[in-house]
Design a protein around this ligand. Sequence first.
Ligand SMILES: Cc1cc2nc3c(=O)[nH]c(=O)nc-3n(C[C@H](O)[C@H](O)[C@H](O)COP(=O)(O)OP(=O)(O)OC[C@H]3O[C@@H](n4cnc5c(N)ncnc54)[C@H](O)[C@@H]3O)c2cc1C
Length: 557
Amino acid sequence: MPGPFATHEVFNQPPPLEDLNLFTSDKALVEAVEREGGGDASERLAAFGEVAGSAQAFERGRLANEHPPRLATHDRHGRRRDTVAYHPAYHDLMATSCGEGLHSSVWADLAEAAQRPRAGAHVRRAGAFYMAAQMEAGHCCPITMTNAAVPVLLLEPSLAKQWVPRILPFKYDPSFAPAAGKSAATLGMGMTEKQGGTDVRAATTKAEPIGARGSGAEYIVTGHKWFMSAPMSDAFVVLAQAAVGLTCFLMPRFLPDGSVNALHFQRLKDKLGNRSNASSEVEFAGAHAWAIGEEGRGVATIIEMVTHTRLDCALASAGLMRLALANAIHYAEHRGAFGKKLVEQPLMREVLADMALDVEAATALSFRLARSFDRTSDAGAGAWRRVMTPVTKYWVCKIAPALVAEAMECLGGSGYVEEAPLARIYREVPVNSIWEGSGSVMALDVLRVLQREPEAAQAVIEGLGAAAADDGRLRFAHGRIESLLHEPVLLDQRGRLLVEALAVLAAGTILKAHAPAAVADAFIASRFGGGARQTYGQGLEGADVRAILARSSASCG
Ligand SMILES: Cc1cc2nc3c(=O)[nH]c(=O)nc-3n(C[C@H](O)[C@H](O)[C@H](O)COP(=O)(O)OP(=O)(O)OC[C@H]3O[C@@H](n4cnc5c(N)ncnc54)[C@H](O)[C@@H]3O)c2cc1C
């Protein structure tokens, strides 16, 4: 009897890369977590790595993206519903990540007096979040926003008292019901309007107080948002114009009397990627909201939420780069061509090792940034957080699409097909660069620090100088940054140049101090050697490519 493939035998195809531990198989991650202060969570992270890298978890990721959420604006009788239905796989992913506490763990042991997260908390969460993004990236959007909303809620004690205890449980409750009766709550964010996203001051949404005005007071909000993701969140941190100017509000889905608040969803965005996550266009038709912070202080109030989301953008991009690289190496380890495994073909090895260097750098930078969120009382960490949040978000999120494209190419035609995870990762990665401040906006933010907080910029640049001191190429790169700052050219035109130079130098110094010599030497030689590079697989002459790849292979764990 002929088998299903009557004409041939199937061979030289790799096994799927699944049922792997996303933590223990990733040496750069394990070391970054340890180095930056989260080492005591290694066991827990290893347990989560097993779950997040399971075939079941990856399958849920596939299903949640192949069956995107659907909006029901009205019921069949024409009454408003404004609900979004998700595939069960999405809810499973949310339950997994919330069960791990990714939406709230850093605030769980909040020291009440200082209102600061405990040491190491961000790094531990970062380790798990980096893996959750590999499991499935779209559901990380509400996870990120919920986590990031907490420091804003803490600014208005009456709201914090009600809402923070609803957010803290390591649970997920998708029911459409008043948050007071639910076992857990998630939060979203509404800033972007049709006429202005980056320039939020252009918001036209209006807020009128019902009685008293100011922080904690109730307002009626009328207007719209052009992007408001995770519309089934229990409440949203939104910006609207009050009499004095742009103000921050908390807008719940349900009102205290149990009725549904007037958030009318118009449609869901049809997006390039990030398809498991719903992103809505919404009208606020006289919705009730409670002010957080004083009128006119909206941007200053919401900025902490924005800063936390920028950290997650970098972490998620670094995680997705790692997953793409692991898949590329795995394929090359199993696929033969021209008499050898692809991983033995010199040019393929160079390409893979070169990508591995960027993954090492992105991981190192993202976890160093996470540590600076933990050490909020230390001036050096504060300066790093202020300067390096936009730098890290810019660089990690910007290099991700090119890296994922190259990883996809390593799988040849099979990489381009939806059954491999690479196609979905490729469609996913650009979003991290766009939302919460696109590339040039990150560069402008760094220039703002130079002008308004020169002591923070100086502390970071001096620190990088000290870290670069032992290596001539790093010293030269540091000198170039110093001269960029002092040349008589409009800094505006140098924004991206400066940000990229800072990112690569910072990564070089961290790798030099902590990574194995094979990784650090190759990164420094190829990124600071002066050769022109626009694609992967160049400048690794003399590098210990085998050692770099052995470390980066997912089969090493
Ligand atoms: C999938 C997805 C989900 C999203 N979810 C949310 C959400 O939940 N809540 C929310 O509020 N928003 C959300 N957004 C919106 C997102 O944050 C904005 O798209 C982003 O901030 C950019 O704003 P914009 O689209 O209005 O672009 P614009 O502000 O028009 O910017 C266009 C381009 O101009 C550049 N630019 C802007 N100003 C300058 C300048 N001064 N100099 C040089 N260049 C400049 C920007 O960098 C950008 O590249 C989401 C977006 C996406 C894609």
